[in-house]
Design a protein. Structure first.
Length: 338
């Protein structure tokens, strides 16, 4: 733990890739470029998983192809009707819109568990060693590829993938999940689905915020993500840290204005939070957490002494999207208002 004395901005890829995505994340709240104003109508059907890679099951009325500039300046020709989408790391957004991707992101050992009631059986593509080769995607025959961050498209990746299918790149889809949901909906012609999903999310957010008002007023909360590389304090730009902020909790000065910060034994006494939520990344943070919890500085923290430290479970805490954030809200209520 002695090597983590310097506060750093860390990028995380969701879950096991989460280290990569955090690397990519920046506090980007820039409004997404509008894809099209073409009106569309939708006819909803339920999305179900099969043993074979599934495809979009929300029916979309035919529309004209159009051209859009993505968030990093690429000109992208969007097909009129998109049936096959490959959007690694954005599965939450697709499921929200009633879309099943042709393949789903995986740590190499497992995909995002909180989405498996919908995506079970969908082909997994491992990001354990970084962005997979284009060859691993060609056979999926995607009609549109969407990358969640500019980091994914570096070092010739965009050039190679865009030869397979039109490829749209976000600067950082994790920075503002509502805007990202709207943008993806425009690309797919599913604006009505997005409007419905966002309205439901906003309603739940306001209700949960009111429900927690008595315990959040004037209080600070911090979300700690532990993995094999370090223990990160997560800021309020994404993941569980974003949800805590949206629910009215202030954040620790250690991570204020930052995407994330490493925590070391020496920094523990500065951890100013009334509530601490710890997510051990599939057990990868066991060694680090053991050192932290054995420290007298940890044991002296007011939150620890007051019994306000909560061990949270589930990769939705370290994921981004309307589904993940609503599940995280439910957890927070269960912990603080048992």
């Amino acid at each position: 733990m002695k090597g983590f004395n310097t506060k750093t901005i860390s990028y995380v890829v969701m879950v096991g890739l989460l280290s990569i995505l955090l690397t990519a994340c920046g506090g980007n709240n820039t409004a997404n470029q509008q894809a099209t104003d073409t009106p569309v109508t939708t006819s909803e059907t339920s999305a179900t998983a099969t043993d074979e890679p599934a495809v979009q099951e929300t029916e979309v009325a035919a529309r004209e192809a159009f051209v859009v500039t993505d968030q990093v300046g690429n000109t992208v020709n969007i097909p009129g009707t998109v049936q096959k989408v490959y959007a690694p790391g954005l599965e939450d957004y697709l499921v929200t819109l009633g879309v099943t991707p042709v393949a789903q992101w995986s740590t190499g050992e497992r995909p995002q568990q909180y989405l498996q009631d919908t995506l079970s059986g969908v082909k997994e593509i491992s990001f354990a060693n970084g962005v997979p080769s284009p060859e691993s995607v060609v056979d999926l025959e995607p009609e549109l590829i969407i990358f969640p961050t500019a980091f994914y498209a570096q070092n010739g990746v965009y050039e190679n993938y865009s030869q397979i299918a039109p490829t749209y790149v976000f600067k950082n889809a994790l920075g503002n999940v509502v805007e990202a949901t709207e943008t993806i909906a425009k690309l797919l012609g599913l604006e009505d689905k997005a409007t419905e999903a966002i309205a439901a999310y906003d309603t739940k957010l306001e209700a949960t915020k009111a429900q927690l008002a008595s315990v959040s007023a004037g209080k600070k909360a911090i979300y700690i993500n532990a993995n094999a590389r370090a223990i990160f304090l997560v800021g309020n730009f994404h993941y569980g840290g974003y949800v805590l902020s949206e629910l009215g909790f202030a954040q620790s000065a250690l991570v204020e204005g930052e995407m994330s910060a490493d925590i070391s034994l020496e920094m523990l006494s500065d951890l100013d939070a009334d509530y601490i939520f710890i997510n051990d990344n599939d057990g990868l943070g066991d060694a680090f957490l053991a050192d932290i919890k054995a420290s007298p500085l940890w044991k002296a923290l007011p939150a620890v002494q007051a019994g306000k430290v909560f061990e949270v479970d589930g990769d939705h805490w370290r994921s981004s999207g309307l589904i993940a954030y609503q599940k995280t809200m439910d957890d927070i209520v269960a912990f603080l208002l048992p």
